[in-house]
Design a protein around this ligand. Structure first.
Ligand SMILES: [Zn+2]
Ligand SMILES: [Zn+2]
Length: 246
């Protein structure tokens, strides 16, 4: 059966983005920033990611079937993360191969892209019943409610980002592309002037990778790649990024 999600050119093999990334409100002189598209599939080298996929296959003999009701073909390795908003920490929990339809549902940026395209009538309404209804048994009403809430979140986030961008441009805020305790006082001093609000990325916890047989030194390498990616995201390599630093 065709289980492709109702979205054109869905990138293959991208990771779980749930919940939608958002800016936390400021806490003292610090804004915590959760970058978009900040996961292992984006951060790892191709070779590291291939190896990770193989480790997952070795752990799950039934990996070719998604866990959805119709057990659709699974081809995308989906990462499961826990988001601790109080501690601004994103922790890797596990991964699983899932089908394209389930991956679409689990990935807010993909959903938002679909909703915006439908709004702009770039794509015609899908004629076939989408996977979310067909396989997962959602009602149209529930799907509409998801769309409304996604768009609301998306617009609120865009407003917060615009405000923070302005603050960075005006010099009220400064971007620190890693958790401050990973930087030396000298490095920090170069980035932030006294009185400026610090914009720092969330912390990452990859200890969950030990169950895949990764050694501590490999996990440290992956962590570094994740923070490098956060720095890139914050420096402006995607639409939602903060601009005007440096
Ligand atoms: Zn399914
Ligand atoms: Zn599925």
């Amino acid at each position: 059966m065709d289980d492709s999600p109702p979205i054109s050119q869905r990138p293959a093999d991208l990771a779980d983005e749930d919940p939608p990334p958002e800016l936390e409100s400021s806490e003292g002189a610090t804004h915590y920033y959760l970058p978009r598209q900040w996961s292992l599939s984006y951060a790892l080298t191709k070779k590291q990611w291939r190896d990770f996929r193989e480790r997952q296959k070795a752990l799950d003999s039934d990996w070719t079937h998604c866990k959805c009701p119709k057990r659709c073909n699974a081809k995308t390795l989906d990462e499961k993360w826990k988001y601790d908003r109080a501690r601004h920490t994103k922790s890797f929990i596990s991964a699983a191969f899932i089908c394209g339809g389930c991956h679409w549902l689990k990935t807010p940026p993909f959903r938002i892209k679909t909703w915006l395209e439908l709004e702009d009538s770039v794509v015609p309404s899908p004629s076939k019943s989408p996977h979310i209804i067909d396989c997962l048994g959602w009602t149209q009403q529930r799907l509409d409610a998801l769309r409304d809430s996604d768009l609301k979140t998306h617009r609120a986030q865009a407003r917060r980002l615009a405000r923070l961008n302005r603050e960075v441009q005006q010099g009220i805020a400064a971007i620190v592309p890693a958790p401050p305790d990973r930087l030396s006082p000298q490095e920090l001093e170069k980035l932030v002037r006294p009185g400026q609000i610090m914009v720092v990325p969330w912390r990452i916890d990859l200890s969950g990778l030990t169950r895949y047989g990764y050694e501590q030194n490999q996990i440290v390498v992956f962590e570094k790649r994740m923070y490098d990616l956060a720095a890139k995201r914050m420096a402006g390599d995607d639409d939602s990024a903060l601009r005007g630093w440096g």
